[in-house]
Structures are given as C-alpha cells and as structure tokens.
Design a protein around this ligand. Structure first.
Ligand code: GRF
Length: 207
C-alpha cells in the first residue's frame, strides 16, 4: 500500500524531488542523466548538503541545479539543524525527498515536518549491513554476494520498508573500494529506476 499524490485526478506536471547529498554525487549524476529527468517526468527541485564542501554540491551548482548547503550542527543544535533543513526543503514543495549518499540520520521531527516520503539508497542488501560502512562490513563478513537497496526512510537507521534491491557478486580479490565501486554501478541503475517508477505512480509515501 502506498499514498498517491493525486488520487482521483490526472497527475499534472513533473514529479518534484528534493535530493540530499554528502559525498561525490555519483548517484545525483545518475539521476540527472536518467530518462525520467531528461524527459521531464521527474524534476530535481533542489539539492541540499550538510557539507558545504561536498563534491556533490559542486556538481549540482555546475549543472545548474538549485543547490544549498546547510552546515551540520550537532549536540544541542541538532534539532534546530533538522528544522532548518526541513524548512528549506519545504520551500521548494517536493513530492518526494531522495537521500542520494546523504550521511546523516534525520530526526523524527524532520520526518514529520517535511510531510512527504523519503527514500534512501544504501550499499548493501538490507537488512544485512546497515549503517555507515556497509561495503567494509560485507568484506569483513566474507559474503560472496552483496548489493544495494532503495528503501523508505523511517526513524531507524536503514530500517524502513524496502522498495527494491540489486545484487552484485563479491569477487575473491575484492577490497572495500572495488566492492563499493561495483555496488555503486548497481545503485546508478536502481535508484533512477525506482524514482521513475514512483513518479509514474505519483507515489509520495509508504503506507
Ligand atoms: C553510495 O554508495 C550510497 O549508497 C552511500 O554513499 C555513497 C554515496 O555515493 N550511502 P555518491 O555520493 O552518490 O557518489
């Protein structure tokens, strides 16, 4: 079961996504290059990062996307940072928020404030290896198969309802970097495919 944005009406206009990034931005790039974005089914209405120096943010600016850094504030400021980020995103009225390599855990206050669903891409076959260093966890565990997951975000860390997964082999000589590169290649296909599918169905939230 999913919530649909325009039940009973013909959907109008592009499906608006807000993209949150912390890293190199290869998933953001894959989204930008996807048919759904190129053909106007999906529009990236803004890109946010908690790291003003994130290469992904530079990529967004260079590509002409609307981009903003809201530098992370922890400790007693953490909830205020969550509020500021939620308020900034709401101003762009997205239908969906996409965490594309965003490395902070968002608070329950953030989840309530944005009032739209949030999807995350994670570099493991969840529920295996949640958290920050999933490819390293896979190497340490000696598994022969790993992959990536796209899931709805809930209040836990990588615990929300799964939407789709793609598996990749772990080769005998793999290290963390080579495995992560293979997983990211799979992410670059899976994340845009999931977003296109949600956009086609105007799905804005898990049940
Ligand atoms: C991806 O592997 C994602 O799954 C993880 O962080 C990485 C970000 O890569 N959470 P990029 O910034 O999209 O290149």
């Amino acid at each position: 079961m999913s919530a649909l944005a325009h039940e009973g009406q013909a959907p109008s206009g592009p499906f608006r996504i807000a993209v949150l990034v912390s890293g190199t931005g290869s998933n953001l790039r894959a989204l930008c290059q996807s048919a759904a974005v190129q053909q106007g089914l999906v529009r990236i209405v803004g890109v946010w990062s908690e790291r003003p120096d994130a290469p992904a943010l530079r990529f967004a600016t260079d590509t002409g996307l609307w981009a903003e850094a809201i530098a992370f504030r922890g400790g007693s400021e953490r909830e205020a940072w969550n509020r500021d980020l939620a308020a900034a995103i709401r101003r762009k009225a997205p239908d969906l928020i996409v965490l594309a390599g965003f490395m902070r855990v968002l608070s329950s206050g953030f989840l309530r404030a944005v009032e739209v669903g949030i999807v995350n891409v994670h570099p493991s076959l969840l529920p295996d290896f949640p958290g920050a260093d999933a490819p390293a966890q896979a190497i340490r565990a000696g598994v022969c198969r790993s992959g990536c997951s796209v899931h709805w975000v809930d209040e836990g860390v990588d615990t929300g309802t799964l939407i789709a997964q793609a598996a990749v082999p772990v080769a005998p000589g793999d290290d963390v970097q080579s495995l992560h590169r293979r997983i990211q290649t799979a992410e670059h296909a899976l994340l845009p495919a999931v977003i296109a599918s949600l956009a086609e169905r105007r799905t804005i939230q898990s049940a």
